[in-house]
Design a protein around this ligand. Structure first.
Ligand code: ADP
Ligand code: MG
Length: 489
């Protein structure tokens, strides 16, 4: 399959706001809702009101900021999540990437902190925890955008920046703090942040925050937060094990799943290439030449691998006079370099970004047209998040995954997770080896739930390392999540 170079709009869904009807169709109907005790509150809960921010219970000042931000129609997760969060209870919300989850928690927080505090203790009234520094900045910016015209201040605290400046800002008693767990703990141990007055705690990218890497830090922080707080959790992926674990930190939570259709966004076309590891770089060059992407993130597994791909690309492109539009980002770079790269990427000066999963979660750059998984992700959910950096708010995107001969089963697991087959793509001269069926059967769910191969044959046997069941099937289903031992990003 050949895509047009430059990729102009191919249908009118691209790069425009969706109508209320389209959003309603996209919303997969009502969310799946459940309470901890197993009762279903759908019957007595207010129905999500698609089409009007005015019906969500927001104050006129907040509505004015929403309008100023250019948000005319609430997305399904916003329509469902906001009224429930405003009601004061604990809520966990799952919705696909790029569907406006940030505003879904920012708006009820702003609404609450604009009212006089009932608690009156020291410190911020709302705390938002996120996994990366870049996301902390982005969420802080969303707060500032939606708090426009109010006197509510939001401070971002994250590592890699001098702590002094953050201490000064915290001393001014902002109502909202957005932070990465490590730096929040640092401020806690210095006594420069208190949680006596805390009313709402939010975990964005909740499954990542509760996986083995972050959980100890999150627990330390939550132990210091008042018991009576409201807790909000959001993510595009919530494996059942995490959903179960999350309820430990919440009181009688409502669990809303807006991704009951497909977990991956359907406006993202998804392809794979089979490729010999030694030819990956050449394939990448040819793919970039063919696609001429408006903006692309090339995801690599390691920081060293990211550097190498970046250096080779920059060298080749400098010979062609275009090196300045390539950059790389990972956790070993100085924070001022990371900040500069993100700024240039957001502004479009950087067109090709080589990255680790440090930008795999949450980052929102609407002009991003392509994703390349130069290295196939280790965890299926990371695939969902990486490709979800494109195709945001109904826009189109394309994702390519390079699959080495011994990675067929990883691809199969991803396909089972997203309940969809990736299409095979080829560039002449780069067919690495025979059909990956030799490495692992390509399978999809046929009518009646049976797995069949891509040719329609019944699968000989299920792939050995497959998860028990694609967990997207139900947020509330049973099953164990994968053990998550991540390398540093
Ligand atoms: P998610 O967290 O679900 O991945 P984000 O909160 O990052 O998604 O939002 C994706 C994009 O959609 C952002 O650029 C945001 O400004 C925009 N957005 C959010 N809500 C709306 C809305 N109601 N109408 C139009 N754009 C919106
Ligand atoms: Mg988000």
């Amino acid at each position: 399959m050949a895509l047009e170079s430059g990729r102009g709009p191919r249908d009118d869904r691209r790069n425009r706001d969706w109508s209320p009807e389209e959003w309603a169709a996209e919303s997969c109907g009502s969310p799946v809702v459940a309470r901890k005790d197993g009762t279903n509150p759908v019957a007595d809960a207010p129905a999500p009101v698609a089409g009007d921010f005015h019906k969500l219970g927001l104050a006129p000042a907040t509505l004015a900021a929403v309008e100023r931000a250019g948000y005319s129609v609430p997305t399904p997760v916003q329509a469902g999540f906001i009224p429930r969060a405003l009601a004061g209870g604990d809520v966990m919300g799952q919705a696909r990437t790029g569907t406006g989850k940030t505003a879904a928690f920012v708006l009820p927080i702003l609404e609450r902190v604009s009212q006089p505090s009932e608690r009156g203790g020291a410190g911020p009234r709302a705390l938002v925890l996120v996994p990366t520094r870049e996301l902390a900045v982005q969420v802080r910016d969303e707060f500032e955008k939606l708090a426009h015209g109010s006197r509510i201040h939001c401070v971002a605290v994250y590592g890699g920046k001098p702590i002094r400046g953050q201490i000064d800002k915290l001393a001014k008693r902002p109502a909202v703090v957005v932070g990465t767990p490590g730096r929040v703990l640092d401020h806690m141990s210095r006594g420069t942040i208190q949680f006596g007055g805390l009313e709402i705690v939010t975990l964005d990218e909740a499954d990542r925050m509760l996986d083995i890497g972050f959980r100890p830090d999150i627990e330390k922080i939550l132990r210091r937060c008042p018991d009576s707080r409201q807790t909000l959790l959001l993510s595009a992926t919530v494996p059942p094990a995490v959903a179960k674990l999350a309820t430990r930190y919440m009181r009688d939570p409502e669990i809303l799943d807006f991704s009951t259709g497909e977990i991956a966004v359907e406006t993202i076309e998804q392809f794979y290439f089979t490729v010999d590891p030694t030819r990956k770089f050449d394939l990448l060059e040819r793919l970039l030449e063919r696609e001429n992407p408006r903006q692309v993130i090339i995801f690599c597994r390691t920081k060293r691998g990211t550097d190498k791909v970046f250096e080779r690309l920059a060298r080749r492109r400098s010979r062609a006079g275009g090196a300045e539009d390539v950059a790389c980002i990972h956790g070993d770079l100085a924070q001022n370099v990371r900040d500069r790269v993100m700024k240039q990427f957001r502004e479009g000066q950087v067109r090709i970004l080589v990255a680790t999963d440090v930008v795999g979660r949450g980052i929102d750059v609407s002009t991003l047209s392509h994703i390349v998984n130069y290295d196939i992700p280790e965890f299926c959910d990371d695939y969902v998040h990486r490709v979800g950096r494109t195709g945001r708010m109904g826009r189109e995107g394309v994702a390519y995954t390079f699959v080495a001969p011994d990675e067929g089963q990883q691809l199969t697991r991803i396909e089972m997770r997203i309940e969809k087959l990736l299409k095979r793509d080829e560039i002449p001269g780069f067919e690495a080896f025979e059909r990956r069926a030799k490495a692992a059967p390509i399978q999809q769910t046929g009518p009646g739930g049976a797995f069949v191969t891509s040719t329609g044959e019944p699968a000989p046997e299920p792939p050995p390392a497959a998860p028990p069941k694609p967990s997207s099937a139900s947020l509330l289903g049973k099953g164990r999540g994968p053990k998550r031992h991540r390398r540093a990003l």
